[in-house]
Ligand binder design. Structure first.
Ligand code: CP
Length: 358
């Protein structure tokens, strides 16, 4: 026998369920604004009543399968922990090391390295698991194709089960949901608070998924959102249009600037993230290296956090100390990075319960 869910959790779950069936979570925009806010309420209820929830085991007998084409610490561990907290099982797979290498092209003669087609792999996983999670970064091919998150879309087409994006080329919705939770923890009344997402230097051409999801998270809460980046490091234009539209809907604002000093004035939150350009001179590896060499002053310092009331510092992690941000910021009292990582557990527990807890 298991205990019943605490009433606060049951109530919050009931308000999320209208969205949850039979939804994929590929961009994080699928629940809509009301659904997202309900997921945040459910995450808070799960975090507040975690001991009772662990006794209730609301997802006993359910299975979440996570396939990681690319490395992860937080996403992998926090999904395993979220499953454990809810009584679900977590099955983890790594194509190319612990499982067969996959083929994604249709009508192909599979006489190369790939031993299994995504049609069978996805179909099998969809039979084994109630929800399938996928991490697959962009391969620095054509952005027009990458932005459709082709690996995730292939699984969504063939799994016959809901798919959760554990970070793709276009979005990192689990990170975005956890970041929204952290922002609401910091500012219970987020309307009118200034959120600055700032590009930061990094030797690698990292994906744009986190910055897209972070912009959407802050805009969904009605914050005044400023995106600051050097010329040539534009984010996806549709992602920016979505941030603008969310901000208008929630009473917030959205603006883009190349002037980092002006951006930090009066900031309540500075969210740092590195990403690579998808077009123009900085999009090649040589062009990226040249650009980053001239943009070291985009690294976040204590001074950047004190251009008004002290601003909180956020980053999704992993972060390169001394490159993206100084040690004193990361180790100082204004850093929220560990709270962000902690909230991954509760945001994802809310998502899993909404998707599997009927
Ligand atoms: N923030 C994040 O997704 O961390 P991992 O890459 O370690 O999963």
């Amino acid at each position: 026998m298991t205990d019943p869910l605490p009433p606060a959790v049951a109530e919050a779950l009931a308000s999320v369920l209208p969205w949850a069936s039979p939804g994929h979570f590929l961009t994080g925009l699928e629940p809509g604004l009301d659904g997202t806010l309900s997921l945040l309420d459910l995450a808070v209820a799960l975090r507040t009543h975690q001991d009772e929830v662990a006794r209730a085991r609301p997802l006993a007998g359910r299975v979440f399968a996570g396939m990681f084409f690319d490395p992860s610490l937080r996403t992998r561990a926090s999904m395993a922990v979220a499953c454990a907290k809810l009584g679900a099982s977590f099955v983890e797979l790594q194509p190319g090391t612990g499982m067969w290498t996959l083929e994604f092209k249709d009508e192909v003669v599979m006489d190369g390295m790939a031993a299994e087609h995504v049609r069978e792999a996805a179909g099998v996983l969809g039979r084994y698991a109630d929800v399938v999670g996928l991490r697959a970064f962009p391969t620095r091919g054509q952005w027009k194709r990458e932005r459709t998150q082709p690996v995730h879309t292939a699984f969504a087409d063939h799994a016959g089960a809901p798919i959760v994006n554990l970070e793709g080329p276009f979005a990192h919705p689990c990170q975005g949901l956890a970041d929204a939770l952290t922002l609401r923890d910091l500012f219970p009344e987020p309307n009118g608070r200034k959120f600055v997402l700032s590009w930061a230097p990094h030797p690698k051409q990292l994906p744009m998924a986190v910055p897209h999801s972070a912009l959407w998270a802050a805009a969904s809460l009605g914050m005044d959102v400023t995106l600051a980046h050097p010329e040539d490091f534009e984010l996806d234009s549709d992602a920016l249009a979505t941030a603008d539209s969310l901000a208008r809907e929630t009473g917030g604002t959205f603006s883009v600037t190349h002037n980092r000093d002006a951006a930090f004035d009066g900031a309540d939150v500075v969210y740092a993230k590195a990403w690579g350009a998808v077009s123009g001179p900085a999009s090649t590896s040589r062009g990226h290296a040249d650009a980053v060499a001239h943009l070291a002053d985009w690294s976040i310092t204590q001074k950047d956090l004190h251009r008004g009331a002290p601003a909180r510092f956020m980053h999704c992690l992993p972060v390169r100390r001394g490159v993206v941000v100084g040690d004193d910021v990361l180790d100082g009292p204004l850093s929220s990075v560990l709270d962000q990582a902690d909230n991954r557990i509760w945001a994802q527990a809310a998502l899993l319960l909404a998707m599997m807890g009927k």
